[in-house]
Design a protein around this ligand. Structure first.
Ligand code: GTP
Length: 385
């Protein structure tokens, strides 16, 4: 019959959990504070590892101590993983309801150990409570999982762990005797303990991948966005424009570029100070962004100059969008902290004969110059746009 040495498996589970806890706690220092939950994720395997000490050395303890501490710590380890994930997603966890559930579970465990000794019922109670925690964790991961792989992977590992946990509890009713115990050799028990040590390892890897994915997306955001206004960085918006130019060359899908410049910005800086000028820029970007569709791209081209890409847009529609943006900024009221301002907008559309994006940009720039020349706070469309 297929059965592994359960004490060796338990020792392996201990070493895996302790090592993963150590790794997570050490790595946590290398992640920025914006990535939350790593401390709880690191604590979880350490607590789970302590539970295996009670199971593995059960001869040294009374059954009551083994059950209360072993099961209590294992349950706490699983809950800490879940709390870590909640924290990671910016959710707080009230510990009181969890403490009540934990106490009730332990009371039930003691009852089925001392009051009405039944290993099967004790196991069924423990497995079902632990499964609830695991299912809550899986649900949270699947609800919040973005396009990345890590959260789905972690949820998958937890799902396997839950199935094995439940299968073990159910199988006990058929395979074991009511007086059976943890180290009575059985295939199910081998699968359970092996799955446990693997899942601690894989869940730890999973949460580490989640933290790394988050870190990468934070870096990407920093690299692609202007830190002052939140608009796309010049390089990112130009990349989008170049891609759109390529689509136009291949599929003949037209697009428009808008060059937007804050009027007399130097005098705002000079009159109110650079910090106020910064606030004006942020407010202008907010207003411009609200006037755009999801597919449009808004980037900071230079100091107080912004570039807008309008895919699949002709000259008439682009002029309307530009006018909407101009009005959105002009309508911003002056406040105690920020003066009112206006913008001028130059509009250009890609057209046959354009050899590169630079040609469209140059026409949008020339149109902007024209809008400035005509008195500012207006939209000018490039000739033959
Ligand atoms: N506060 C602030 N000022 C900036 C920033 N980037 C560039 N500037 C300032 O923006 C001003 C731009 O001035 P100009 O190019 O003369 O243009 P303008 O005063 O807006 O005049 P027109 O464009 O002709 O209407 C300069 O004084 C720059 O120092 C920034 O990030 N924050």
């Amino acid at each position: 019959m297929f059965a592994l040495d359960l004490r060796s498996l338990t020792l392996m589970a201990f070493m895996t959990s302790a090592a993963m806890g150590f790794v997570l706690l050490m790595l946590r220092r290398h992640y920025p504070g914006s990535i939350r939950g790593m401390w709880l994720w690191g604590l979880a395997p350490v607590v789970a590892a302590s539970s295996t000490v009670f199971y593995g050395l059960e001869r040294l303890f009374t059954p009551l101590v083994t059950v209360v501490f072993g099961n209590g710590l294992l349950m706490s380890g699983c809950a800490l993983f879940y709390f870590g994930t909640r924290r990671f997603y910016g959710l707080r966890s009230g510990w009181r309801p969890w403490a009540v559930v934990g106490m009730l579970l332990l009371m039930g465990q003691v009852f089925f150990l001392v009051g009405y000794p039944d290993y099967r019922l004790r196991l069924a109670l423990f497995a079902s409570t632990l499964s609830v925690v695991l299912v809550l964790h899986i649900r949270l991961l699947l609800q919040r999982a973005g396009p990345g792989f890590a959260a789905r992977f972690t949820a998958g590992v937890l799902a396997v762990q839950t199935l094995v946990l439940l299968a073990r509890a159910v199988s006990t009713f058929w395979l074991d005797t009511p007086t059976s115990h943890r180290f009575a050799p059985s295939p199910m028990q081998s699968v359970y303990i092996a799955t446990y040590s693997f899942s601690v390892l894989l869940v730890s890897v999973g949460v580490l991948l989640m933290a790394s994915e988050r870190l990468r997306s934070e870096f990407e955001h920093l690299a692609n966005h202007d830190s002052l206004t939140g608009a796309l960085a010049r390089r990112a918006v130009l990349e989008d424009c170049t891609r759109e130019f390529g689509r136009w060359q291949r599929f003949d899908h037209g697009f428009a570029l808008l060059m937007v410049d804050v009027d007399h910005f130097k005098s705002i800086n000079d009159g109110h100070g650079h910090a106020v000028g910064d606030r004006v820029l942020s407010r202008v970007v907010d207003a411009l962004g609200h006037a755009l569709r999801n597919v449009d791209r808004l980037g900071r081209y230079g100091g107080e100059e912004f570039l807008v890409l309008l895919p699949e847009t002709g000259a008439g529609e682009a002029r309307m969008v530009a006018e909407r943006m101009r009005q959105a900024v002009a309508r911003l009221p002056a406040t105690a902290k920020v003066p009112a301002c206006t913008v001028s907008v130059g509009v250009a559309c890609v057209r046959h004969g354009d050899a590169s994006l630079a040609a469209v940009l140059a026409r949008a720039d020339a149109a902007l110059y024209e809008a400035k020349r005509l008195g500012r706070d207006r939209v000018a469309v490039a000739m033959d746009a």
